[in-house]
Design a protein around this ligand. Structure first.
Ligand code: GLO
Ligand code: MG
Length: 346
């Protein structure tokens, strides 16, 4: 194989958490961001995913100057550790002004807050030399289907994309679809929705998607097909690899932990699509489980990275000519058996 991709990996500070969940408080002591940055390289990661307030805590209460000074400090911390900021995402799901969503809220004042916060997020991204903004549209949906005018909501999402593209001609926007949680039904549940919004925007080349494996599974879809769809349109900005055991809460399990064959197929599609060859990161959005002792806990990150790399080896060592021949002879039973035996180590 010519020039196999040397993958680089990223995660967000929230992936090293203190173990709190909706049913109980933290079970490990707090671990400050700066200390987390020192862990990245030794664990095999060089990209950092950020929410805007991971970079600048309490940013809503700061002057623009104070906000940019704090961002400058984080930029220096990253440089000291040899780290690259992969993206910054506006956290539009914590503030009381976003209880009904941000861009699609029925309140004009709340929509104004969401836009103001988005501009600040872009300013922060630029201040740390980051060119990608992720929109995980957490509360852009409803619990009561009649609560919002959905057609208007879609128009508002498109207006927001266009306003962001106008505000910052140097950024890309990566939409991270998710069908539910925290809302009952979200307006952008799949990569198809995200790609449609990208094409409808005023600069489709700068609007892409970020596909999280668990989110695709929660939508009842196959993550590898979702990734293939984005890749076919050159619209895969990043991935959040993880796993999900059925249609439950968003589990963020380790990559490959629930369905190894589905994980293999995501790796296969990424390899075949040339993902990573332009520096795209393998992002891991995996959860530090409550049962794990010690502080900080990081095994879920290194284990998921290892499983990814083992599956890359599996893909590269596959008998590719045999796969082509079995597709041509349409012997899909033999193809399936070959893949499973290969995964089993035969
Ligand atoms: C939650 C999402 C979340 C985002 C992150 C970046 O379900 O996966 O973790 O990826 O906030 O926008
Ligand atoms: Mg995610």
């Amino acid at each position: 194989m010519s020039n196999p991709t040397a993958y680089r990996f990223s995660f967000g500070p929230w992936n090293i958490s203190e173990g709190g969940d909706p049913f109980g408080p933290e079970v490990r002591s707090a671990f400050p961001h700066e200390a987390k940055f020192a862990l990245y390289r030794p664990l095999g990661f060089e990209g950092v995913q950020f929410h805007d307030d991971d970079v600048v805590p309490g940013l809503d209460d700061l002057s623009p100057e104070a906000m940019l000074t704090k961002a400058g400090e984080v930029k220096a911390m990253l440089a000291n550790q040899g780290l690259i900021p992969e993206f910054v995402a506006p956290r539009l799901w914590f503030d009381p002004r976003t209880v009904d969503g941000g861009y699609t809220s029925n309140s004009a004042a709340d929509r104004e807050y969401a836009w103001d916060r988005t501009r600040k997020c872009i300013d922060i991204a630029r201040a740390i030399d980051c060119k990608a903004i992720v929109l995980w549209l957490a509360r852009e949906g409803t619990y009561f289907r009649e609560a919002k005018d959905a057609r208007l909501a879609y128009q508002r999402l498109l207006e927001t994309l266009n306003a962001m593209l106008d505000y910052a001609p140097d950024i890309e926007i990566w939409i991270e679809p998710k069908p539910n949680e925290p809302t009952d039904l979200a307006y952008v549940p799949t990569i198809g929705h995200a790609v449609a919004l990208a094409y409808a925007s005023k600069d489709p080349s700068r609007v892409k998607g970020l596909i999280e494996s668990a989110h695709a599974l929660l939508a009842g879809l196959d993550p590898s097909d979702e990734m293939a769809f984005a890749l076919a349109h050159d619209k895969l900005g990043s991935v959040h690899l993880n796993d999900q055991n059925g249609l439950k809460y968003d589990q963020d399990k380790n990559f490959g932990a629930a369905n190894l064959r589905a994980a293999f197929n995501q790796v296969r599609v990424l390899e075949e699509g040339g993902y990573g060859s332009r520096g795209e990161f393998i992002g891991l959005d995996v959860k530090a489980v409550r049962t794990q002792t010690g502080s900080p806990v990081t095994a879920h990150l290194t284990n998921s990275r290892e499983i990814f790399l083992r599956l890359v080896e599996k893909y590269r060592s596959m008998d590719h000519a045999l796969v082509v021949a079995l597709r041509e002879s349409r012997d899909y039973e033999a193809l399936e058996l070959y893949i499973i035996k290969h995964l089993l180590g035969d």
